[in-house]
Design a protein around this ligand. Structure first.
Ligand code: NAP
Length: 287
């Protein structure tokens, strides 16, 4: 029997409905409208689409979206000044700087300037460290979205053998860390594979939950997957034939019990978790 499809689109819609209620409550009981400042430097077409989608998503749930679109040659020191002013702005609960930045600007310098309590992307080293010790305020958006997909699709995470393909700072390492925590929706046994892993199929074939974030089309094929596994495909590859993930979807869906599609799987969850983090940042301000 082909795998059940885990629809990120559907889970994202459910969660966004829940957010509307939370935001209404925040407005009524505390007079707070969560605000997200999004900073875009340059004219990268993909980044422009991401920023536009974030604005639309914010508006739909009732988050105030504040956009700063800056020219590609905007000086680094001016950008730092802008972030410092957003740090001080009470109406701004979350700050997101769209990556990649133009070459003359240090991403590290810019991201480290964002106050950890406004770092809704979860990339600041303070937030990375807090995740490590199980004290996270903001989980990075894509990994947090993956965890929600697993929980809301009824996948048993506790005690599961999880194999993550990819060790990037934005997906591979944080999802491994999240699912390793001694907490609900976690408690898994986690293995991370990368390009230096010897005999990758020997690992992936053991996985009850296989999470693939390699950035390589069809990096995972059916013979690398255990029968009945849950497969989460994070990859987004733009080919001439269209968008595809890192998993050979058509073949793997015949082996797996559940699988996410591309598009419509992990993708819609990333913005959803950004909205969630912005609401959380606003709530933390109350406390
Ligand atoms: P990345 O920084 O390029 O990292 C890729 C990782 O995969 C690296 O650790 C690399 O190993 C490993 N890898 C590559 N090919 C492999 C192979 N054949 N076997 C084993 N490991 C392999 O990528 P990323 O930023 O994590 O993103 C991964 C994918 O997810 C991309 O397609 C990206 O577009 C997508 N993505 C989607 C979303 C979303 O919202 N849907 C968000 C973020 C990323 P080494 O470390 O050894 O080089």
């Amino acid at each position: 029997m082909p795998a059940e499809i885990i629809s990120g689109k559907q889970v994202a819609e459910e969660m966004r409905e829940e957010f509307k209620e939370e935001i209404e409550k925040l407005k009524k009981e505390h007079g707070i409208t969560p605000g997200l400042a999004v900073v875009l430097v340059g004219e990268d077409p993909a980044s422009q689409v991401y920023v536009k989608n974030k604005k639309i998503a914010c508006e739909k749930v009732g988050i105030n979206s504040i956009e700063h679109r800056l020219p590609a040659d905007y000086p680094e020191d001016k950008l730092i000044e802008l972030i410092e002013s957003l740090n001080k702005d009470d109406k701004v609960h979350g700050i997101l700087v769209q990556l990649p930045l133009p070459k003359h600007i240090s991403e590290v310098k810019v991201l480290y300037t964002i106050l950890p309590e406004k770092d809704v992307d979860g990339f600041h080293p303070v937030n990375v460290g807090k995740l490590m010790i199980g004290e996270a305020d903001f989980l990075p958006c894509t990994p947090a979205g993956i965890q929600q997909l697993l929980i809301r699709s009824g996948t048993k995470i506790e005690g599961a053998e999880v194999v993550v393909v990819g060790r990037s700072n934005i997906v591979g390492k944080p999802i491994a860390n999240i699912l390793l925590q001694k907490s609900d929706g976690a408690n898994a046994t986690v293995t991370i594979c990368h390009t230096r892993t010897k005999d990758m199929p020997s690992h992936t074939k053991r996985a009850d939950i296989l999470i693939v974030a390699a950035g390589k089309p069809k990096a995972v094929t059916a013979n690398m997957v255990k029968k009945g596994a849950v497969v989460i495909d994070v990859g987004v590859n733009r080919l001439e034939s269209g968008l595809c993930g890192d998993v050979d979807f058509e073949a793997v869906k015949e082996v797996a019990a559940k699988i996410t599609p591309v598009p419509g799987g992990v993708g819609p969850m990333t913005i959803t978790m950004l909205l969630k983090n912005t609401i959380k940042a606003a709530k933390l301000r109350i406390n």
